[in-house]
Design a protein around this ligand. Sequence first.
Ligand SMILES: CN(C)C(=N)NCCC[C@H](N)C(=O)O
Length: 288
Amino acid sequence: MPVEEFVAGWISGALGLVLGHPFDTVKVRLQTQTTYQGITDCMVKIYRHESILGFFKGMSFPIASIAVVNSVLFGVYSNSLLALTATSHRERRAQPPSYTHVFIAGCAGGFMQAYCLAPFDLIKVRLQNQTEPRAKPGSPPPRYRGPVHCATSIFQKEGPRGLFRGAWALTLRDTPTLGIYFVTYEALCRQGTPEGQNPSSSTVLVAGGFAGITSWITATPLDVIKSRMQMDGLTRKAYQGLLDCVVSSMRQEGPGVFFRGLTINSARAFPVNAVTFLSYEYLLRWWG
Ligand SMILES: CN(C)C(=N)NCCC[C@H](N)C(=O)O
């Protein structure tokens, strides 16, 4: 099994992650808390109460986990294409796979990454939702002192299954949308590149950016549900399950609730995924 795709996926994912984390914190707060009036209000409040560090809450765990998560996504995607089309990544420009194969391989990558991502994403969302400023004398201490404390607290209170809270919503979010992600990327690269050649850097940036936007637009409704399921039970249990979360959210806040965080998700998705795909392509070309 070729391993270059796994390593390239890891490095490119880490670059994208650092770039997008501040946007991600704003998105998670907008999806799960009702105290903010919009993106600007949320950004100003985070900056005022928590300083610039507030935007980077919960980042250390994703950085550590991106090695697993993104290498699984890109590695499973590329190796599924190899199994479906019998072409390695070097041969795929000359013999491009069909979009159906790209979609199936993307769904396989999305499904596998969701299970690796679930506990890390849960801890990230719980830490991002802590509004207490860091290390301010006199202020009440936050519920979790950091990612390890967060993981052990969840484990102690809810058992190992607690670490997979929201995992179903995450799997439903990522399986089809990662198929859409890779199909959009491939389609835009092919459109902007003469047959048989490698796409230029600008084509990769644009195709990667739009792949991110398209996939996140389709992922946002389940992203909202996932974040709510992950926060549920912290103080009191509001939802019986995924379906109940969908119905209650819709009843209480109307259909607009499923698009919470859409603007910030899309603004974040372009640079993050442009950089992710550019570094992924170049690392693979560099390694031959
Ligand atoms: C719609 N979904 C779930 C995705 N496109 N997922 C791929 C992740 C890409 C990048 N790390 C990001 O966070 O945008």
